[in-house]
Design a protein around this ligand. Structure first.
Ligand code: DI6
Ligand code: FE
Length: 397
Protein backbone atom coordinates (compact mmCIF):
# COMPACT_ATOMS: atom_id res chain seq x y z
CA UNK A 1 0.00 0.00 0.00
CA UNK A 2 1.16 3.55 -0.66
CA UNK A 3 -0.57 5.22 2.24
CA UNK A 4 -2.77 4.30 5.19
CA UNK A 5 -5.02 6.63 7.19
CA UNK A 6 -5.68 4.99 10.51
CA UNK A 7 -7.49 5.61 13.82
CA UNK A 8 -10.42 7.26 12.09
CA UNK A 9 -14.18 7.12 12.33
CA UNK A 10 -15.16 6.48 8.76
CA UNK A 11 -18.51 7.37 7.17
CA UNK A 12 -18.00 5.34 4.01
CA UNK A 13 -21.45 6.41 2.73
CA UNK A 14 -21.59 2.92 1.21
CA UNK A 15 -24.71 2.20 3.27
CA UNK A 16 -26.74 1.24 5.08
CA UNK A 17 -26.96 4.65 6.72
CA UNK A 18 -23.60 6.37 6.84
CA UNK A 19 -21.81 3.04 6.33
CA UNK A 20 -19.95 3.60 9.59
CA UNK A 21 -16.67 2.01 10.58
CA UNK A 22 -16.13 3.17 14.18
CA UNK A 23 -12.43 2.40 14.56
CA UNK A 24 -11.33 2.31 10.98
CA UNK A 25 -8.57 2.71 8.46
CA UNK A 26 -8.42 3.28 4.73
CA UNK A 27 -5.52 2.45 2.41
CA UNK A 28 -4.61 3.86 -1.00
CA UNK A 29 -2.61 2.36 -3.82
CA UNK A 30 -2.07 4.03 -7.18
CA UNK A 31 -4.57 6.78 -6.35
CA UNK A 32 -7.42 4.37 -5.66
CA UNK A 33 -8.86 2.98 -2.45
CA UNK A 34 -7.27 -0.43 -2.04
CA UNK A 35 -8.71 -1.36 1.33
CA UNK A 36 -11.07 0.00 4.02
CA UNK A 37 -11.99 -1.69 7.29
CA UNK A 38 -11.31 -1.99 11.02
CA UNK A 39 -7.92 -0.75 12.27
CA UNK A 40 -6.94 -4.19 13.57
CA UNK A 41 -7.05 -5.69 10.08
CA UNK A 42 -5.29 -2.85 8.25
CA UNK A 43 -2.56 -3.75 5.74
CA UNK A 44 1.00 -2.38 5.98
CA UNK A 45 1.76 0.79 4.00
CA UNK A 46 4.77 2.88 3.01
CA UNK A 47 3.30 5.86 4.87
CA UNK A 48 0.85 5.81 7.77
CA UNK A 49 -1.17 8.82 8.90
CA UNK A 50 -2.71 8.74 12.38
CA UNK A 51 -6.09 10.50 12.20
CA UNK A 52 -6.35 10.62 16.01
CA UNK A 53 -10.03 9.74 16.05
CA UNK A 54 -11.08 12.29 13.42
CA UNK A 55 -13.89 11.55 10.97
CA UNK A 56 -13.30 10.63 7.34
CA UNK A 57 -15.97 11.06 4.68
CA UNK A 58 -15.71 10.75 0.92
CA UNK A 59 -14.37 13.92 -0.70
CA UNK A 60 -17.31 16.22 -1.36
CA UNK A 61 -18.85 16.48 -4.82
CA UNK A 62 -20.48 19.68 -6.11
CA UNK A 63 -22.60 18.33 -8.98
CA UNK A 64 -24.11 21.61 -10.26
CA UNK A 65 -22.13 24.84 -10.66
CA UNK A 66 -21.70 27.71 -13.08
CA UNK A 67 -18.24 28.42 -11.65
CA UNK A 68 -16.86 29.87 -14.88
CA UNK A 69 -18.32 33.28 -15.71
CA UNK A 70 -17.25 36.86 -16.31
CA UNK A 71 -18.12 39.66 -13.90
CA UNK A 72 -20.67 39.55 -11.13
CA UNK A 73 -24.23 40.72 -10.53
CA UNK A 74 -23.87 42.59 -7.26
CA UNK A 75 -25.65 45.56 -8.83
CA UNK A 76 -28.68 43.44 -9.76
CA UNK A 77 -28.69 42.17 -6.22
CA UNK A 78 -29.10 45.78 -5.10
CA UNK A 79 -31.97 46.24 -7.57
CA UNK A 80 -33.62 43.15 -6.18
CA UNK A 81 -33.24 44.55 -2.69
CA UNK A 82 -35.19 47.56 -3.96
CA UNK A 83 -38.01 45.30 -5.09
CA UNK A 84 -37.25 44.16 -8.65
CA UNK A 85 -37.80 40.44 -9.26
CA UNK A 86 -35.30 38.06 -10.88
CA UNK A 87 -37.64 37.55 -13.82
CA UNK A 88 -38.20 41.31 -14.30
CA UNK A 89 -34.47 41.91 -14.40
CA UNK A 90 -33.99 39.06 -16.87
CA UNK A 91 -36.76 40.33 -19.15
CA UNK A 92 -35.24 43.84 -19.06
CA UNK A 93 -31.99 42.51 -20.56
CA UNK A 94 -30.12 41.95 -17.33
CA UNK A 95 -29.75 38.57 -15.73
CA UNK A 96 -28.05 35.80 -17.66
CA UNK A 97 -27.50 38.08 -20.67
CA UNK A 98 -25.52 40.60 -18.62
CA UNK A 99 -23.21 37.80 -17.49
CA UNK A 100 -23.02 36.67 -21.11
CA UNK A 101 -21.64 40.07 -22.09
CA UNK A 102 -18.96 39.93 -19.39
CA UNK A 103 -18.10 36.33 -20.27
CA UNK A 104 -17.77 37.06 -23.99
CA UNK A 105 -15.41 39.93 -23.19
CA UNK A 106 -13.12 37.82 -20.99
CA UNK A 107 -10.32 35.70 -22.41
CA UNK A 108 -9.91 32.07 -21.42
CA UNK A 109 -7.10 32.80 -18.94
CA UNK A 110 -9.14 35.57 -17.35
CA UNK A 111 -12.10 33.23 -16.91
CA UNK A 112 -9.84 30.68 -15.24
CA UNK A 113 -8.27 33.29 -12.95
CA UNK A 114 -11.61 34.70 -11.85
CA UNK A 115 -13.02 31.23 -11.11
CA UNK A 116 -10.05 30.06 -9.02
CA UNK A 117 -11.06 31.85 -5.79
CA UNK A 118 -14.49 30.23 -6.04
CA UNK A 119 -12.95 26.84 -6.71
CA UNK A 120 -10.51 27.34 -3.84
CA UNK A 121 -13.40 28.06 -1.48
CA UNK A 122 -15.01 24.74 -2.44
CA UNK A 123 -11.73 22.87 -2.12
CA UNK A 124 -11.05 24.41 1.31
CA UNK A 125 -14.20 22.66 2.54
CA UNK A 126 -13.28 19.25 1.19
CA UNK A 127 -14.59 19.26 -2.39
CA UNK A 128 -12.68 16.87 -4.64
CA UNK A 129 -15.03 16.87 -7.65
CA UNK A 130 -16.80 19.90 -9.11
CA UNK A 131 -19.12 20.03 -12.10
CA UNK A 132 -18.86 23.22 -14.19
CA UNK A 133 -21.35 24.31 -16.85
CA UNK A 134 -20.98 26.54 -19.88
CA UNK A 135 -23.98 28.70 -20.76
CA UNK A 136 -22.76 32.27 -20.51
CA UNK A 137 -21.03 32.31 -23.92
CA UNK A 138 -24.04 31.52 -26.09
CA UNK A 139 -21.97 31.55 -29.28
CA UNK A 140 -19.94 28.65 -30.61
CA UNK A 141 -16.56 30.20 -29.77
CA UNK A 142 -17.58 31.56 -26.38
CA UNK A 143 -19.22 28.32 -25.23
CA UNK A 144 -16.12 26.33 -26.21
CA UNK A 145 -13.94 28.94 -24.47
CA UNK A 146 -15.92 28.45 -21.26
CA UNK A 147 -15.56 24.67 -21.42
CA UNK A 148 -11.82 24.91 -22.07
CA UNK A 149 -11.52 27.28 -19.09
CA UNK A 150 -13.50 24.82 -16.95
CA UNK A 151 -11.22 21.94 -17.88
CA UNK A 152 -8.17 24.13 -17.22
CA UNK A 153 -9.32 24.46 -13.59
CA UNK A 154 -8.58 20.76 -13.17
CA UNK A 155 -4.98 21.38 -14.21
CA UNK A 156 -4.61 24.36 -11.87
CA UNK A 157 -5.80 22.55 -8.74
CA UNK A 158 -5.94 18.97 -7.41
CA UNK A 159 -9.62 18.48 -8.16
CA UNK A 160 -11.71 16.55 -10.69
CA UNK A 161 -13.73 18.78 -13.03
CA UNK A 162 -16.79 17.44 -14.85
CA UNK A 163 -17.98 19.71 -17.65
CA UNK A 164 -21.51 20.25 -18.89
CA UNK A 165 -22.54 22.07 -22.05
CA UNK A 166 -25.41 24.49 -21.32
CA UNK A 167 -25.76 26.33 -24.64
CA UNK A 168 -29.53 26.31 -24.06
CA UNK A 169 -29.27 28.58 -21.01
CA UNK A 170 -30.66 31.81 -22.49
CA UNK A 171 -31.45 33.20 -25.91
CA UNK A 172 -28.57 35.48 -26.97
CA UNK A 173 -29.80 38.94 -28.09
CA UNK A 174 -28.66 38.43 -31.69
CA UNK A 175 -31.22 35.59 -31.94
CA UNK A 176 -34.04 37.51 -30.21
CA UNK A 177 -36.27 37.11 -33.28
CA UNK A 178 -35.05 33.69 -34.26
CA UNK A 179 -35.43 31.14 -31.48
CA UNK A 180 -35.37 28.24 -33.91
CA UNK A 181 -32.17 29.60 -35.42
CA UNK A 182 -30.45 29.49 -32.05
CA UNK A 183 -31.58 25.91 -31.42
CA UNK A 184 -30.24 25.08 -34.91
CA UNK A 185 -26.91 26.63 -33.92
CA UNK A 186 -26.80 24.51 -30.75
CA UNK A 187 -27.72 21.31 -32.56
CA UNK A 188 -25.86 21.78 -35.82
CA UNK A 189 -22.70 23.55 -34.71
CA UNK A 190 -22.17 23.62 -30.96
CA UNK A 191 -22.93 20.04 -29.89
CA UNK A 192 -21.07 18.53 -32.86
CA UNK A 193 -18.01 20.64 -31.88
CA UNK A 194 -17.90 19.52 -28.24
CA UNK A 195 -15.67 16.47 -28.63
CA UNK A 196 -14.10 15.78 -25.24
CA UNK A 197 -14.89 19.29 -23.93
CA UNK A 198 -18.19 18.24 -22.34
CA UNK A 199 -19.25 15.23 -20.30
CA UNK A 200 -22.98 16.01 -20.48
CA UNK A 201 -25.56 18.38 -21.97
CA UNK A 202 -27.94 20.54 -19.92
CA UNK A 203 -30.70 23.07 -20.73
CA UNK A 204 -32.76 25.66 -18.88
CA UNK A 205 -36.35 24.56 -19.49
CA UNK A 206 -38.33 27.51 -18.19
CA UNK A 207 -40.69 30.33 -19.16
CA UNK A 208 -37.67 32.67 -19.37
CA UNK A 209 -35.50 29.91 -20.84
CA UNK A 210 -36.39 27.24 -23.39
CA UNK A 211 -39.62 25.35 -24.05
CA UNK A 212 -39.98 21.59 -23.64
CA UNK A 213 -40.03 21.24 -27.44
CA UNK A 214 -36.80 23.21 -27.80
CA UNK A 215 -35.27 21.18 -24.98
CA UNK A 216 -36.31 17.97 -26.74
CA UNK A 217 -34.40 18.99 -29.87
CA UNK A 218 -31.28 19.65 -27.79
CA UNK A 219 -31.63 16.28 -26.04
CA UNK A 220 -32.15 14.42 -29.33
CA UNK A 221 -28.92 15.91 -30.64
CA UNK A 222 -27.06 15.14 -27.41
CA UNK A 223 -28.25 11.55 -27.61
CA UNK A 224 -27.15 11.26 -31.22
CA UNK A 225 -23.69 12.36 -30.09
CA UNK A 226 -23.60 9.84 -27.25
CA UNK A 227 -23.85 12.48 -24.51
CA UNK A 228 -25.85 12.05 -21.30
CA UNK A 229 -28.31 14.83 -20.42
CA UNK A 230 -29.44 16.73 -17.32
CA UNK A 231 -31.94 19.55 -16.96
CA UNK A 232 -32.71 22.74 -15.04
CA UNK A 233 -36.34 21.82 -14.47
CA UNK A 234 -39.31 23.21 -12.58
CA UNK A 235 -37.31 26.01 -10.93
CA UNK A 236 -39.74 28.90 -11.41
CA UNK A 237 -42.74 27.13 -12.96
CA UNK A 238 -43.94 23.67 -13.94
CA UNK A 239 -42.96 23.02 -17.57
CA UNK A 240 -43.02 19.23 -17.10
CA UNK A 241 -39.29 19.31 -17.78
CA UNK A 242 -38.37 16.62 -15.26
CA UNK A 243 -40.60 14.07 -17.00
CA UNK A 244 -39.10 15.08 -20.33
CA UNK A 245 -35.59 14.68 -18.91
CA UNK A 246 -36.50 11.30 -17.42
CA UNK A 247 -37.72 10.13 -20.82
CA UNK A 248 -34.13 10.67 -22.02
CA UNK A 249 -32.74 8.78 -18.98
CA UNK A 250 -31.30 12.04 -17.70
CA UNK A 251 -28.59 11.82 -15.06
CA UNK A 252 -30.39 14.45 -13.00
CA UNK A 253 -33.16 17.01 -12.97
CA UNK A 254 -32.19 20.04 -10.94
CA UNK A 255 -34.05 22.64 -8.81
CA UNK A 256 -37.55 21.00 -8.90
CA UNK A 257 -39.53 23.38 -6.67
CA UNK A 258 -42.52 23.12 -9.04
CA UNK A 259 -42.19 19.38 -9.71
CA UNK A 260 -45.48 17.43 -9.83
CA UNK A 261 -46.46 13.80 -9.14
CA UNK A 262 -46.09 12.72 -12.77
CA UNK A 263 -42.57 14.17 -12.85
CA UNK A 264 -41.65 12.36 -9.65
CA UNK A 265 -42.97 9.04 -10.99
CA UNK A 266 -41.06 9.49 -14.24
CA UNK A 267 -37.83 10.28 -12.37
CA UNK A 268 -38.25 7.25 -10.12
CA UNK A 269 -38.72 5.01 -13.14
CA UNK A 270 -35.65 6.31 -15.01
CA UNK A 271 -33.39 6.55 -11.95
CA UNK A 272 -32.89 10.27 -12.55
CA UNK A 273 -31.36 12.00 -9.52
CA UNK A 274 -33.19 14.97 -7.99
CA UNK A 275 -30.53 17.63 -7.48
CA UNK A 276 -31.84 20.20 -5.04
CA UNK A 277 -30.25 23.64 -4.93
CA UNK A 278 -31.14 25.31 -1.64
CA UNK A 279 -28.79 28.24 -2.28
CA UNK A 280 -30.90 29.36 -5.26
CA UNK A 281 -34.12 28.72 -3.31
CA UNK A 282 -32.78 30.95 -0.55
CA UNK A 283 -31.29 33.67 -2.73
CA UNK A 284 -34.37 34.24 -4.92
CA UNK A 285 -36.54 34.01 -1.77
CA UNK A 286 -38.57 31.15 -3.25
CA UNK A 287 -41.36 30.01 -0.97
CA UNK A 288 -42.50 26.87 -2.76
CA UNK A 289 -40.60 23.89 -1.42
CA UNK A 290 -39.53 21.03 -3.65
CA UNK A 291 -41.72 17.96 -2.94
CA UNK A 292 -39.18 16.30 -0.65
CA UNK A 293 -41.41 13.73 1.02
CA UNK A 294 -42.96 12.66 -2.28
CA UNK A 295 -39.45 12.23 -3.75
CA UNK A 296 -38.48 10.08 -0.76
CA UNK A 297 -41.67 8.05 -0.98
CA UNK A 298 -41.05 7.37 -4.67
CA UNK A 299 -37.46 6.32 -3.96
CA UNK A 300 -35.88 9.14 -6.02
CA UNK A 301 -32.34 9.81 -4.81
CA UNK A 302 -31.61 13.37 -3.73
CA UNK A 303 -28.37 15.24 -4.38
CA UNK A 304 -27.47 18.71 -3.14
CA UNK A 305 -25.27 21.27 -4.91
CA UNK A 306 -24.28 24.94 -4.73
CA UNK A 307 -25.57 26.04 -8.18
CA UNK A 308 -22.73 28.57 -7.78
CA UNK A 309 -23.69 31.30 -10.28
CA UNK A 310 -23.64 35.10 -10.25
CA UNK A 311 -27.41 35.59 -10.54
CA UNK A 312 -29.33 33.25 -8.27
CA UNK A 313 -26.81 31.49 -6.06
CA UNK A 314 -23.46 33.21 -5.47
CA UNK A 315 -22.57 30.40 -3.11
CA UNK A 316 -19.30 28.53 -2.74
CA UNK A 317 -19.87 26.40 0.36
CA UNK A 318 -21.07 22.80 0.34
CA UNK A 319 -21.14 22.93 4.15
CA UNK A 320 -23.67 25.77 3.96
CA UNK A 321 -25.57 23.86 1.25
CA UNK A 322 -25.93 20.97 3.71
CA UNK A 323 -27.11 23.34 6.43
CA UNK A 324 -29.67 24.85 4.05
CA UNK A 325 -30.73 21.38 2.89
CA UNK A 326 -31.52 20.51 6.49
CA UNK A 327 -32.94 23.85 7.63
CA UNK A 328 -34.89 24.91 4.54
CA UNK A 329 -35.73 21.49 3.05
CA UNK A 330 -35.78 19.44 6.27
CA UNK A 331 -33.42 16.81 4.96
CA UNK A 332 -31.77 14.57 7.55
CA UNK A 333 -28.05 14.73 8.32
CA UNK A 334 -27.61 11.46 6.49
CA UNK A 335 -29.49 12.75 3.42
CA UNK A 336 -27.41 15.93 3.40
CA UNK A 337 -24.13 14.04 3.56
CA UNK A 338 -25.24 11.53 0.93
CA UNK A 339 -26.44 14.46 -1.17
CA UNK A 340 -22.95 15.97 -1.47
CA UNK A 341 -21.15 12.63 -1.84
CA UNK A 342 -22.80 9.43 -3.08
CA UNK A 343 -25.86 10.95 -4.78
CA UNK A 344 -23.92 13.88 -6.26
CA UNK A 345 -21.57 11.33 -7.82
CA UNK A 346 -24.60 9.56 -9.28
CA UNK A 347 -25.90 12.87 -10.65
CA UNK A 348 -22.66 13.06 -12.65
CA UNK A 349 -22.75 9.41 -13.73
CA UNK A 350 -19.55 8.88 -11.73
CA UNK A 351 -20.98 6.54 -9.07
CA UNK A 352 -18.55 3.74 -9.90
CA UNK A 353 -15.54 6.06 -9.49
CA UNK A 354 -16.26 8.44 -6.59
CA UNK A 355 -18.81 9.33 -3.91
CA UNK A 356 -18.25 6.53 -1.36
CA UNK A 357 -15.24 5.03 0.40
CA UNK A 358 -15.07 1.61 -1.23
CA UNK A 359 -12.20 -0.37 -2.73
CA UNK A 360 -11.67 0.40 -6.40
CA UNK A 361 -12.92 3.97 -6.28
CA UNK A 362 -10.62 6.97 -6.39
CA UNK A 363 -9.11 7.73 -2.99
CA UNK A 364 -10.79 11.12 -2.53
CA UNK A 365 -11.30 11.81 1.17
CA UNK A 366 -12.19 14.63 3.54
CA UNK A 367 -10.82 14.39 7.08
CA UNK A 368 -12.77 16.40 9.64
CA UNK A 369 -12.14 17.75 13.13
CA UNK A 370 -15.57 16.83 14.44
CA UNK A 371 -17.14 14.58 17.06
CA UNK A 372 -20.23 13.64 15.06
CA UNK A 373 -21.34 14.08 11.42
CA UNK A 374 -24.23 16.35 12.41
CA UNK A 375 -21.59 19.06 13.05
CA UNK A 376 -20.94 19.24 9.30
CA UNK A 377 -24.58 20.14 8.75
CA UNK A 378 -25.35 22.15 11.84
CA UNK A 379 -22.73 24.85 11.90
CA UNK A 380 -22.86 27.95 9.70
CA UNK A 381 -19.53 29.45 8.71
CA UNK A 382 -17.05 27.31 10.62
CA UNK A 383 -14.88 25.05 8.51
CA UNK A 384 -13.76 21.92 10.40
CA UNK A 385 -11.78 20.39 7.51
CA UNK A 386 -8.50 18.98 8.81
CA UNK A 387 -7.12 17.55 5.56
CA UNK A 388 -8.16 16.61 2.09
CA UNK A 389 -7.03 13.66 -0.01
CA UNK A 390 -7.31 13.73 -3.79
CA UNK A 391 -6.47 10.51 -5.67
CA UNK A 392 -4.54 9.23 -2.69
CA UNK A 393 -2.41 12.36 -2.28
CA UNK A 394 -2.62 13.81 1.18
CA UNK A 395 -2.49 17.47 2.06
CA UNK A 396 -3.14 19.06 5.43
CA UNK A 397 -5.01 22.37 5.44
N1 DI6 B 1 -31.06 28.58 -13.19
C1 DI6 B 1 -30.41 29.30 -12.30
O1 DI6 B 1 -30.69 29.41 -11.14
C2 DI6 B 1 -29.28 29.89 -12.97
N2 DI6 B 1 -29.38 29.38 -14.28
C3 DI6 B 1 -30.42 28.65 -14.38
O2 DI6 B 1 -30.72 28.09 -15.41
C4 DI6 B 1 -29.29 31.37 -12.97
C5 DI6 B 1 -28.21 31.88 -13.81
C6 DI6 B 1 -28.09 33.38 -13.76
O3 DI6 B 1 -28.99 34.11 -13.31
O4 DI6 B 1 -27.01 33.84 -14.18
FE1 FE C 1 -27.93 26.21 -12.43
Amino acid sequence: MDRLWTNARIATMAGPGLGMIEHGAVAARGGRIAWVGPVGEAPAAAETIDCEGRWITPGLVDCHTHLIHGGDRAHEFELRLQGASYEEIARAGGGIVSTMRATRKAGEAELVASALPRLDALIAEGATTVEVKSGYGLSLDDELKMLRAAQALGRERPVRIATTFLGAHALPPEYADDRAGYIDLICEEMIPALGSLADAVDAFCEGIGFTPDETRRVFETAKAHGLRVKLHAEQLSNQHGAALAASYSALSADHLEYLDEAGIAAMAKSGTVATLLPGAYYFVRETKLPPIQALRDAGVTIALATDCNPGTSPLTSLLLVMNMGATLFRLTVEECLAGVTREAARALGLQTEIGTIEPGKFCDLAIWDIERPAELVYRMGLNPLHARVFKGIWKGV
